[in-house]
Structures are given as C-alpha cells and as structure tokens.
Design a protein. Structure first.
Lengths: 117, 423
C-alpha cells in the first residue's frame, strides 16, 4: 500500500520548553493521541514523531571523504517542520482525509507527500 | 492533434477524450493511454481513407489503442511495473489478438461514459493548482495539443508542457484514485470540475490577455465538456446550471464585438444578433434545474443570463429580478465579482448613486488591483455625473487591463466621459 509523509508545519520557530504535564499541553495533545489510535485501528499508522525545534538540528555533509557538520537546520527559512507521520493509505484521497484530521488536531497546516512506491 | 482529414479531425475531437479516459482505466497510466490513443489515430489516418470509417470509430480507436499498448508493454517489459501492467491487461476480458476491425462494437463502449467522469474528476483534483487542472482537462478530455493550449492561454509552450508533465507526475506519484468520488465528497469535488469548465469558458469568452476578445475553440470545448457532464450527471442541477449559463453567454457572442473586433457591452448590443437557438436551449435548462429547487451559484447566474435574454431591448430589462437574483447569489457566495455585478444592477434599478453606495460598502483596499472594480466604479461615477472621479477610475481600470480589446473599450468610455462633461 502506498505510504505518505504527513508533516506538520509552523510559520514561526516554536517554543522548546514545553511542560508536558501542564493541563493546557495535555488538552492539546489528547486529540492527537486519539488520532494516532484511530490511525492504528484503521491500519494506516506507520510512524509518528514530534520534533524538537529546528535550532536543535545539525547538518552533516560528506564530500571528498570528509565529514563536516554545521549547526542549525538545512533550510534557512523561518517555517519549520514540527512533527511528522508516516501513514499507509489506499490512495491520495485517503491520505488527504487523514491529513485533514491531522490539520484539525494539530491546528497547523499539514503537507502530504507520497514516498516512492 | 495529429494531421487528419477533416472528418477524422471531427472524430478526433469527439472521441479522443472518451478513448483516453477508458485507456487510462485499463492501462492505469495516463502517458501510456495518451500515446496509445495517438498511435491508434495515426493508424486510423492511414487506413480509414481507403477502408472507410468503421461504424463505431470510438470503439475501433479504443480497441486498437489497447492492443497497441499491449504490444508496446510486451516489447518494453524489462521494467517490472510495465510487465505487470501487461499481465493485468491479458487477464482482461478482451483477448489482445482479436482483429480490431471485427471488433468495432465491443465491451469498452459500455463503460466509456463513467470513464469520462472519472477523468474529469482526476483532471480537476483539488490537489492540483487551477491552471494545472485547466491544462490537463483540455489536454486529456479535449484532445487539444500542448501548443494549442499554450496559444489559447498565451503561455510559452515549454511552460505549459512543464505544467502538464508535473500535473500528470503528481497524480501518478500520489496514487490519485481513478474514480467518481463517493457521495460525501461529491459536492466539493463536483464544484472543482464545474469551476474548471467555467474558467475554460470564460477564458474563451474574454481572454484575459492578448488582443482578441474571444477564443472560440476554448468556449466551444467548455460547452462540449458541460454537455458531457450533464449527460453523465443529469441529477446535478448545478451541472445543468453551468451548461445553461455557458449557452446563454455564448448566444450573445455574435453581438459582443464590432466587425473590427471592438467590444460592445450588453446594453449596446444588437439583440437581433443573439443566437435564438442557444437562448431557447438555455431557457429550457434554466427552467428544468430551477424546478428542482436546489439553487446553486451556476443556476442563479444562468437565471440572470436568462432574464437578460428575455429583454427585447436593454431598457426592457427586468432589473428588479436581476437585483433579487444577485442578492441570492451574494448570500450564497459573497465574493468580489458578485458584489460588483450586484452594485451595477442596483445602479440600473435605483440609480447610479445607490449603485455607488453598494460599491463603497465593499472593502476597497482588497480591490485596489482588481480591474473590474475600477471599471464598474468608473461607469457608475460617470453616470452619477462625477466626472473627475470617473476619469481617475477609468485610468486605474485601463492600467490594470491586459486584454487589448477591453482596453480599447475602456479608453473609448473614458474619452466619452471626458467629452460629455466638458460643457
């Protein structure tokens, strides 16, 4: 079955120190957990992860046998990916339905990209 | 389009979309389907002049294309997916070895109508940008070639070719389903199809750029697509509304321009030139869909066009009915175009000052770069006798007009306004 990346996007750099136990955070997370459960019941769920802010990223390059590293994300844009799902779906329309649900529970735009079949 | 004799050209225009639609389902690949259909038409161009056109040309083309595709897949079956596709084909209910000419009537023909619907929904998939939807629809359903579409939209040919290639690749990479959407999704998806066909029509009606006001081929193709859609979805009043709207607009085409190509606005058109056959058909359709009492934007716009068509002279136009219809349309779809047309209708019914009041209630900052806003404002200001403001609005409208015919028209209006108020 085709697999798709659903990535969650933020227009601005987002906060690093989230208190997961705070009631407000819990309220935001609950519907996402429900969506994960729904995806698992439907056999669509492959993987999910929330990401630390882009400032925590390191870019590693290999050139002429040399490995080099730079601090920070690869793309120098203020928009950043905050999380991702890999899902399995029968076709684009099914993937877009999951993306619509993800957009609702995350309150953020979701990018849908197919993987190479 | 391949270089064909006149009647073959006609058959191509009528059948290419249907054949491609069926082949996409059978082959599971847009490019394979397009190539196979093109090859089948090339064979037809060779054989038909000598042997005569088969009784069911569409069936002949579809069968020949399918058999050619199987041959090709066998030759190129080093690629696994293609090999699989070939195997899938051979498991199909039609053996590949049958002589296509004995097969003029075949099982494909029965399923063609649904395939065309599938293809319309695929080409107008909301995951594609609207310009890609339009290009793909014209190419796959209309059988228009890339240079033809590029010319019609005054887009460089490589840009348009790229747009089509990307759209096809996106649909393939994303595993876009080839089906008529289920009932729950249908209203939204149908709207995208209707909007695309209407955009093709309006582009043909008033080309947004360039120096010819009409692109007759695009309008004709849009009407053909609207007809196909209403035949396939006769339970959808909005599809019928779209067809009625395009027919009623098309009826005015002979009166829209002077012999030298200048634009004539509705109020000044010679109504004797309007095509009565198209108007009669449009009226019948408007009545039929309004009876169903499921009003939608296309039906209301068609009803407005029908009210205009009813008036023997511009002065006899029933503006109160038109304003009422625009009120209904605006409640349903509060966009700038509707607001402008509504304001213009109010100007006709209650006078230019009230029309201007309706315009001024809109957020002008959002409309600053919107040509029709300034054109509508200029007209109302001129009628209200506010010469300087009218001239300024004409200047802004002219500045924003890319279509040369429309530009000339606005320049003439500006000139007339400047002269009329000089004394």
């Amino acid at each position: 079955m085709p697999q798709y990346l659903l990535s969650v996007w933020f227009d601005e750099p987002y906060d690093d120190d989230i208190d997961l136990s705070a009631p407000e955070t819990q309220r935001q997370i609950a519907p996402i957990s429900e969506l994960n459960a729904e995806m698992q019941r439907a056999g669509a769920w492959v993987f999910v992860a929330g990401l630390s802010p882009a400032t925590s990223a390191t870019v590693v390059r290999a050139a002429d046998g040399e490995i080099s590293m730079t601090d920070g994300p690869y793309a120098e844009t203020k928009e950043q990916m905050g999380g991702l799902w890999i899902i399995e779906a029968a076709d684009l329309d099914a993937a877009l339905d999951w993306a619509a649900k993800a957009a609702v529970v995350c309150g953020q735009p979701i990018e849908v990209r197919p993987t190479h079949a | 389009m391949p270089d064909l004799a006149p009647d073959l050209g006609e058959i191509f225009r009528r059948e290419a979309g249907r054949c491609t639609a069926t082949l996409i389902r059978v082959l599971g690949d847009i490019d394979l389907a397009e190539d196979a259909v093109a090859e089948a038409f090339a064979i037809a161009a060779e054989q038909w002049p000598a042997k005569g056109v088969p009784p069911n040309p569409g069936g002949w083309i579809t069968t020949t294309a399918r058999n050619r595709a199987i041959d090709r897949l066998r030759r190129e079956s080093t690629r696994t997916d293609r090999h699989l596709a070939a195997l899938r084909l051979e498991g199909d209910d039609m053996p590949p070895d049958r002589d296509p000419e004995l097969d003029a009537l075949d099982s494909f023909v029965d399923v063609v109508p649904d395939d065309q619907l599938r293809l319309m929904f695929l080409c107008c998939h909301p995951a594609l940008a609207i310009d890609a939807q339009v290009a793909l629809t014209l190419r796959l359903l209309g059988g228009l070639d890339t240079p033809g579409i590029a010319r019609a939209f005054l887009v460089p040919e490589p840009t348009l070719a790229q747009r089509i290639v990307r759209a096809k690749r996106k649909l393939r990479d994303n595993h876009a389903p080839y089906r008529v959407p289920p009932a729950a999704e249908l209203p939204g998806r149908l709207h995208a199809v209707l909007a695309t066909i209407y955009l093709i029509y309006t582009e043909g009606h008033t080309a947004s750029t360039g120096d010819s006001l009409t692109r007759v081929d695009l309008s004709r193709e849009a009407i053909r697509l609207a007809r196909v859609l209403t035949e396939l979805m006769h339970d959808e009043p909005e599809a019928v509304g779209l067809l009625a709207l395009t027919l009623l607009s098309e009826a005015r085409r002979p009166a829209r321009t002077t012999p030298d190509g200048s634009m004539i606005r509705l109020a000044d058109q010679d109504r004797g030139l309007w095509d009565r056959m198209l108007i009669a058909e449009g009226h019948t359709l408007v009545r039929a869909c309004l009876r169903r009492n499921q009003p939608g934007p296309f039906q209301i716009q068609a009803a407005i066009a029908a009210v205009h068509a009813d008036a023997a002279t511009a002065a006899a136009t029933d503006w109160s009915q038109i304003v009422a219809l625009y009120d209904q349309l605006y409640a349903m779809r509060p966009d700038a175009v509707t607001a402008l047309n509504r304001a213009a209708a109010i100007g006709e019914l209650h006078g230019a000052d009230l029309g201007l009041d309706a315009l001024d209630s809109l957020d002008g900052t959002l409309l600053e770069d919107y040509q029709p806003y300034h054109a509508a404002r200029a007209d109302l200001l001129a009628r209200a006798g506010r010469r300087d403001a009218a001239l300024a609005a004409y200047d802004r409208a002219i500045e924003l007009t890319a279509n040369l015919t429309e530009r000339r028209f606005l320049e003439q209006q500006r000139e007339a306004t400047a002269l009329a108020h000089r004394t």
